[in-house]
Each structure stands twice: as structure tokens, then as C-alpha cells.
Design a binder for this molecule. Structure first.
Ligand SMILES: O=C(CO)[C@H](O)[C@H](O)COP(=O)(O)O
Length: 298
């Protein structure tokens, strides 16, 4: 029998025939296809062992931070997602693990879910994982929204928008009965600004970015940086066609609820990356695979 430890591409295999199954696979080492014939019970045992092996290798390939993100995402999906639900799908790199887990559960448990994206990236993820895509027009009320964050303080106030998707993320979260956040321990802080040093993202109408920058600076100080594209000349343009100012606020403990409201009153500000009083729970993954569940401290 083939040695399953090197036999990597088990997911690409097919099981053919009815009683005695012919198993056709592909060896990872020499990329040769092969077929073997086994009685059904032995074959099933063999396949499940091989799947475990693949899963183990996949996890071993992750860095400690990625393992932490995956642990948080999987636990959140397993704890909160139930059948027949409308789920908001956030953006970023951590949400990818949540979508993978959702897709596994949909296949295994035949769950009926409708997924509402918060960005172009989230929409692509939903489609790539064969999940049902919905929108707020047909599903204005969402059961559960899941998203990543750039920082989480002890009041569960979040900084979001590191990926530039803050506006749609906030809209979707605001339509959800429960909003849960998944991240690694590098995002967990006591006071906002302790960990995430790039500043609070503020989405603005392009023609107003200079007056908005001046108004925020004269009111609060700090530094406001127009976010520039990496593989594009000029500024980042959001999914909504706007610019982003990253506000590196002076490092003091501030009343974020009040500041968020004030920022939103400035003409031309579309949305801020401050999520105040929105999150129900935060799942914070650690590199050893354990997960801390953070609730509001008061
Ligand atoms: O707000 C976001 C995108 O706008 C992301 O959720 C946030 O940046 C966290 O991303 P990641 O999971 O990659 O750390």
C-alpha cells in the first residue's frame, strides 16, 4: 500500500466504483498518478488517515501568527454559526480562515447560510468557497457578522480599516444582531493605540481630504497621512471610490465615542475606523492554538 505520509494531494483524489473502490491519487513526490483497489472499509480508514495527515501538514506550515488567527477564526465560527443564518463576512487576512471553516461546515453539515460581503475581497472569498452570496438589499437584517480588527481595547472599542474596507464593514456590522471579532494576540491592548501604530483610518471624499486633514489636526493634533497605493501611483482608492486618511492621534486616553461622533460631523468624512460599542465578543488567538475570549471589561 502507498505510504500516506508522503501522499499529500489526497484532496485531488477520486473514489471510483461501487463495492470495491478504486482509489486514484497523485503522489506529491514524483507527481505520478496511481490507482489502487481496496475493500470499502479499509479505503475509508485510509482516506481519513490521509486527510488528518494533510491537515497536520497544513497547520505545521503556518507561522505562529497565522496559527493564532486560524485558531480564533475556527473557534468563532464553531461557537456562533448555526443553520439558516445570514452571516456578514468581514475583510482582511484573518477572515480568510473563518470563510474556509464556514465552507467546511457547509459541506459537512449542509448548513444553509447566506453571506453578506463587506468588500470586494470578501465577495471574492464567498464566491471562491462556493458560499451563497447575498446583499443588504435582500437581507437588510443580519444574524451574525464576523470580522478581523487592527486593535481591540478593553472596552472592545476597535480600530478597523487597515485593509481600507471600514465603511462597508461598519455598515454590515451595524445591521447584525451580533458582531464578533477574530484576531491574534498582537492586536489585544488595554488602551487604543498601544499596539496599532498606523493610526485610525478615516474614509473621506477625495476633494475634501485637505480641509478634513486640517480640521482634525487643529482640533486634536497628531498627524494625518493620506494613504498611498503600494503597486499604484497616487493614493489608495477604496471600494467606494474614496481616499483614506490615517490619523496618528496623540497617545492619550480619549473618549472614543465622542471623538467618533465629532469626526463624523466633519463634512466629507464618510466613515471612521473607530468601532465603538459594536462588538459582542472578541476571539483572540494565541500561537499555541489556544483562544482568549474577550468581553467588555465594564
Ligand atoms: O479592518 C480590516 C480591513 O479594513 C481588517 O479587518 C483589519 O485590517 C484586520 O486585518 P487582518 O485580519 O489582515 O489583520
Amino acid at each position: 500500500m502507498a505510504n500516506i505520509s508522503w501522499w499529500w494531494k489526497v484532496k485531488g483524489c477520486e473514489v471510483l466504483g461501487r463495492r470495491t473502490k478504486i482509489f486514484r491519487g497523485c503522489s506529491f513526490s514524483n507527481r505520478e498518478y496511481f490507482s489502487i483497489k481496496l475493500p470499502r472499509p479499509r479505503l475509508i480508514r485510509w482516506i481519513s488517515e490521509a486527510y488528518k495527515d494533510v491537515e497536520l501538514r497544513r497547520n505545521m506550515a503556518l507561522t505562529p501568527v497565522e496559527s493564532a488567527k486560524k485558531a480564533a477564526a475556527c473557534l468563532a465560527v464553531d461557537d456562533y454559526v448555526k443553520d439558516n443564518k445570514i452571516i456578514g463576512i468581514g475583510s482582511g487576512s484573518t477572515i480568510v480562515y473563518a470563510v474556509e471553516r464556514l465552507s467546511e461546515r457547509v459541506q459537512q453539515e449542509n448548513l444553509k447560510l447566506v453571506c453578506i460581503p463587506t468588500s470586494f475581497q470578501a465577495r471574492q472569498l464567498i464566491l471562491q468557497h462556493n458560499l451563497t452570496l447575498g446583499d443588504l438589499e435582500t437581507n437588510p437584517s443580519i444574524d451574525l457578522a464576523i470580522d478581523g480588527a487592527d486593535e481591540v481595547d478593553n472596552d472592545l472599542t476597535l480600530i478597523k480599516g487597515g485593509g481600507g474596507c471600514l465603511t462597508q464593514e461598519k455598515i454590515v456590522a451595524s445591521c447584525a444582531k451580533e458582531f464578533i471579532v477574530i484576531c491574534d494576540q498582537g492586536k489585544d491592548s488595554m488602551i487604543l493605540g498601544e499596539k496599532y501604530k498606523k493610526g485610525i483610518p478615516i474614509e473621506v471624499i477625495p476633494m475634501a481630504y485637505v480641509p478634513i486633514r486640517n480640521k482634525i489636526f487643529s482640533r486634536y493634533g497628531g498627524e494625518l497621512i493620506l494613504r498611498m497605493g503600494k503597486a499604484k501611483a497616487g493614493p489608495v482608492v477604496t471600494d467606494n471610490g474614496n481616499f483614506i486618511l490615517d490619523w496618528q492621534f496623540p497617545q492619550v486616553s480619549l473618549d472614543w465615542d465622542h471623538i467618533n461622533k465629532e469626526l463624523k460631523m466633519i463634512p466629507g468624512v464618510v466613515e471612521t475606523g473607530l468601532f465603538v460599542g459594536m462588538a459582542t465578543k472578541v476571539f483572540i488567538g494565541r500561537s499555541d492554538g489556544t483562544v482568549k475570549e474577550k468581553l467588555k471589561s465594564r
